[in-house]
Write a protein of this length. Sequence first.
Length: 217
Amino acid sequence: MTRVNASSTLAVLAAIALGGCPLGTSTTTTLTGGATATVGPAASAGAPSSNSPGGGTPKAMVPNLIGKTPDEARALVKAAGFTGEPESTHPLECEGAPREPGLINCQDPEAGQVVERYRMIAISVYREQVIQGAIVRRQLETLHGLTPDQAKQQLKKLGHDGQVSIGEVTDSGGGHTYLKACGQNKVCYTSGESGIGVHDDITLYINPALKIAAPPP
């Protein structure tokens, strides 16, 4: 066992108190029995730090959460190194954002930004508007592009039990017209586009049947 002379240790401490170890330097003193004592910055040079390699608060890059479920977002945020979970209680402005029910349509900070790991990431989860006893515009828009039979089935799923009629697309003057973007035998639009009651009648408008004229004799 190495024995340390108490008087030598006191001498080292006294030297420090009297300014014998200038700021920014270290002193190694041999004590009785061959033991050494190092005093100064070098003694703590190997101490671990919780800061980022360049100093300061640790940071991480914000992942892209758009189109993800809240559960998927939590996993991505954790994997990126953030200390907290995404927060959906803060209102966000989501202009022009995707509208898929149950999925995140906007976030703050935006994806790709490098921020502190403790920074809260706010998210907005799109919730489809549902009015009891009614079918809203967003739900009617899902009928566009479907065949009449598919549209009728979709209406039943939405709780509609009124009469469903089929009409032909007309122009502003009431004459028949053909919408190229709609296609043949597909719903182009419906009556009551802003919304209807589940017991109301509805008309599905499709392009008129194309008639191929017989070649001249």
